[in-house]
Design a protein around this ligand. Structure first.
Ligand code: CA
Length: 304
């Protein structure tokens, strides 16, 4: 039986690769997509997500989510993903529209009517997930777990200590991490290792039209280059769903710093149990990189 998931995303170039895997990994049943402001503003992440669904002719409902973090103004990552958020490929025009309700309500409605518990996957800032849990805590009975790309047990990639997705909306992340739902955190500890090699990238344009499109996007990506390899941060969260055996995971207490003048958005990961608090997050600390690369190649080969 395929694993039913709802995917919250801010495409985003590595998001595009993650969406491809969520659509074409045979073990996954992608039932709902929601967008959030992050890599670029939410109008652009929504447009990008709809363009990707149209590219793959995928009939997945999509709801647009939060335009800003809960309390802060948006600081985006257009310097990594280009002005549009998905620079490098000319997608065709289409008339697809998002659902006529905001993401956190679409998530509530879909969770309440799902016949079995759903795995939430969040690969952008956690604003929509926090809004869902704040407004509709009754939904948690039907959340199997939340798998995120975000955070770090070590250093950051946006500020010295904070990873981008958490740093954009620390208050949302703090609420989600304290909510009591089961959380798997694929942070920089694994995602910085999750490189696709230049040799593999060079084969993508010949693989299929998905490979051609992703190669064009990767050529404009600034988290690595097509010549040195690209980091597939968001793809790690999808990989964990299908191949948890590729990851070394440790249950830890994790808090999100929201007050620090220099450290807001830091995930404080209590690896040694010094704070004597119960573990609230399964933290991915290591990844079998060769196994990951092989899995990515297998999945992308299944795409059109
Ligand atoms: Ca993302």
């Amino acid at each position: 039986m395929r694993l039913p998931i709802f995917l919250d995303t801010d495409p985003g170039i590595d998001d595009a690769a993650a969406i491809a895997a969520a659509l074409f990994a045979p073990q996954i049943d992608l039932q709902l997509m929601t967008t959030v402001a992050g890599n670029v503003c939410v109008e652009k992440t929504t447009r990008n997500a709809l363009q990707l669904l149209h590219f793959w002719n995928a009939d997945i409902p999509l709801a647009q989510g939060a335009a800003t973090p809960l309390l802060r103004s948006l600081r985006d990552a257009a310097y990594v993903h280009g002005e549009s958020g998905m620079e490098g490929y000319d997608f065709v025009e289409h008339d697809r529209q998002p659902l006529a309700k905001p993401a956190f309500i679409a998530l509530r409605d879909a969770l309440m009517s799902a016949p079995e518990p759903i795995t939430l996957v969040a690969i952008g800032p956690l604003t929509n997930i926090a809004l869902l849990l704040m407004h509709y805590p009754e939904c948690t009975f039907n959340i199997r777990r939340l798998v995120i790309m975000g955070g770090s047990a070590g250093r950051g990639n946006f500020t010295p200590n904070a990873e981008f997705n958490i740093a954009v909306d620390p208050e949302a992340a703090a609420h989600v991490f304290q909510s009591g739902i089961e959380i798997v955190m694929c942070g920089l500890d694994v995602t910085n290792q999750a490189m696709l090699t230049p040799d593999y990238l060079a084969t993508l344009p010949m693989l299929n039209r998905t490979g051609k499109m992703l190669h064009a996007l990767f050529s404009h990506y600034r988290s690595g280059t097509i010549r040195t390899g690209v980091r597939m941060h968001d793809l790690c969260a999808i990989a964990w769903l299908v191949r948890p055996d590729l990851f070394t995971v440790k249950p830890c207490f994790v808090a999100v710093e929201t007050q620090g003048e220099y450290t807001a958005g830091t995930t404080v990961v209590d690896l040694e149990g010094r704070m004597n608090r119960p573990a609230n997050v399964q933290v991915a600390l290591d990844i079998d990189v060769a196994g990951f690369q092989q899995w990515v190649a297998e999945v992308l080969a299944l795409a059109p």
